[in-house]
Design a protein around this ligand. Structure first.
Ligand SMILES: Nc1ncnc2c1ncn2[C@@H]1O[C@H](COP(=O)(O)OP(=O)(O)O)[C@@H](O)[C@H]1O
Ligand SMILES: [Mg+2]
Length: 492
């Protein structure tokens, strides 16, 4: 039983904690994910929060030995150790803590909980610490993936309370392992948070000025330290600055909906009328612009090859050129084909243009399901000279550079057409290799890029116009408002 007095004390404590914490971080005190990944620009409050959470835990839960790790012991002493000491001083009763300067260890006397600070360069010390109950990796972008895996292994075994690794870091490079590990795919038991100086109400004006000044002086610094977005170094094929700026713009834009299609499948057929979009935040289809009546759409698709790429589907509003929806899925071919069937049906029987290189199965499956609005390619028979028509888009030595160059031009001239951050991020890791071939950097993917490149290229086989049946035409055009959005027809 809790007495009214205790209840009030508890309430006051909570109120105080809220006042001491940035709003974006406050809910994370409750967060018990194994991986709590704090990515952000400089001065966004990551380190302070990590310290706050650790202190809250060691003073509130029993049986803790929490490790605070940085690449180098010396810098750990100057940063996290100093920081947590002054946080104790500010927020807690200093007398209740014991500080061991030589060993860089803080003990909370009432329950003997410990925070141990260690550098990855202090291998002996690291090895000697056992029964770790949680970890904070400060400036995690400095440490190697292998070191993270080792630490992850160290955090096993039974503990009274949840085990958590907090990562705090600036997103120094879009090719960093932290991105592949925690951001490219949904990792189980993981929470990620993006923050910038704007989320830190305690930051002083001087620091804000410095961060904002990067806009004029250094685009890379601006990207990483002011905006907290993955940094891009080196040569990309797409205009990295425009792509990066578009990502920043989109960061606060919510999609219309996320989910997947459900449908009745009987007698080997999809019942068109039964197709229904089910909203689910774990879904693999993201809709940025919902279907508009009579509007023509094109869907480009990249099928998974022998590599580890996923299947993609990119929906383009063929009237405006805008990216309307994205399907991105790691499944077998027939499920992909059926979801594409539904997506096409949903978007006014869109023209579907699927890459035919690796497998023609999804194309055939669409046909078998009686989906007939597919892109058609023409090929001359080298023997007879006859023109042969086939469904699907063939990526060849000739067509590949053409569709990529076309996409590069669209990105440069009309970056606002793109709505999907993942697609844009792929553009930032799409480079020219030593042989001059445009391709995804090692370990990165290009299925979203190829999907949208095929979609844009296939536009000419679909109408550009919104064709309203005469009987439904209003006196004044309802589309007058949309005029600004209209991009000329086909880009080439
Ligand atoms: N909860 C807070 N209370 C008071 N000051 C804060 C708080 N969070 C951040 N600050 C101030 O903002 C500065 C930057 O925060 P910090 O956590 O170091 O940012 P980051 O680790 O994201 O670079 C700190 O030095 C501190 O002065
Ligand atoms: Mg920090």
């Amino acid at each position: 039983m809790i007495t009214p007095r205790q209840a009030i004390a508890e309430l006051l404590k909570r109120k105080q904690l809220k006042e001491q914490t940035n709003y974006k971080y406050y809910p994370l005190y409750q967060n018990t994910s194994r991986y709590l990944v704090l990515k952000g620009g400089g001065g966004s409050g990551k380190s302070i929060f990590a310290g706050q959470k650790i202190l809250k835990r060691i003073t509130g839960e029993k049986g803790h030995r929490i490790l605070v790790v940085r690449k180098v012991a010396k810098t750990n002493r100057e940063s996290t150790f100093q920081q947590i000491k002054s946080q104790v001083n500010e927020l807690y009763n200093y007398e209740l803590f014991k500080f061991n300067e030589t060993d860089m260890k803080i003990t909370y006397k009432p329950n003997k909980n410990e925070i141990i600070f260690v550098g990855l360069d202090d291998v002996e010390k690291l090895k000697s610490i056992h029964n770790i109950t949680s970890i904070w990796i400060e400036e995690a972008s400095e440490i190697a993936e292998g070191d993270y895996r080792q630490l992850d292994i160290r955090l096993r075994g039974k503990t009274n309370y949840y085990k958590q690794i907090i990562f705090s870091f600036n997103p120094v490079s879009i090719t960093h392992w932290l991105k592949s590990e925690f951001f490219d795919k949904k990792k189980e038991d993981t929470t990620t948070l993006h923050s910038t100086y704007k989320d830190n109400r305690f930051l002083d004006d001087e620091q804000i000025k410095v961060l904002e000044s990067f806009a004029d002086t250094d685009p890379y610094y601006y990207q990483v330290y002011c905006c907290g977005e993955w940094g891009v170094l080196g040569k990309t094929i797409f205009d990295a600055e425009k792509v990066s700026n578009r990502i920043i713009q989109l960061r606060n834009v919510k999609p219309v909906k996320v989910g997947y299609f459900e449908y009745k499948y009987t007698n080997q057929e999809i019942d068109k009328k039964s197709i229904e979009f089910i909203e689910d935040t774990n879904g693999f289809i993201t809709i940025y612009e919902d279907v508009k009546k009579y509007n023509p759409y094109v869907i480009g698709g990249d099928t998974a090859g022998e590599g580890s790429d996923w299947f993609s589907g990119q929906v383009i509003n063929n009237n405006t050129g805008k990216q309307a929806a994205v399907l991105h899925i790691d499944v077998d071919e027939d499920l992909y084909a059926r979801q594409m069937y539904c997506l096409g049906t949903y978007y006014n029987d869109a023209l579907i243009s699927l890459e035919a290189n690796y497998s023609t199965y999804p194309i055939k499956e669409l046909l078998r399901l009686k989906y007939h609005r597919q892109y058609m390619r023409e090929q001359e028979d080298t023997v007879t000279g006859n023109i042969k028509k086939s469904f699907g888009f063939m990526t060849t030595k000739v067509t590949r550079p053409i569709i990529i160059a076309n996409l590069v031009k669209i990105v440069r001239e009309s970056t606002h057409l793109f709505s999907d951050i993942k697609t844009l991020e792929e553009m930032l890791t799409f480079i020219r290799n030593e042989n001059g071939r445009a391709e995804a950097q090692e370990g990165k993917h290009d299925d979203l890029i190829m999907g949208i490149a095929i979609a844009y290229y296939s536009r000419e086989q679909q109408s550009y116009l919104i064709e309203v049946p005469p009987e439904e035409k209003p006196k004044y055009s309802i589309f007058d408002d949309d005029k600004e959005d209209i991009e000329g027809g086909f880009f080439d």
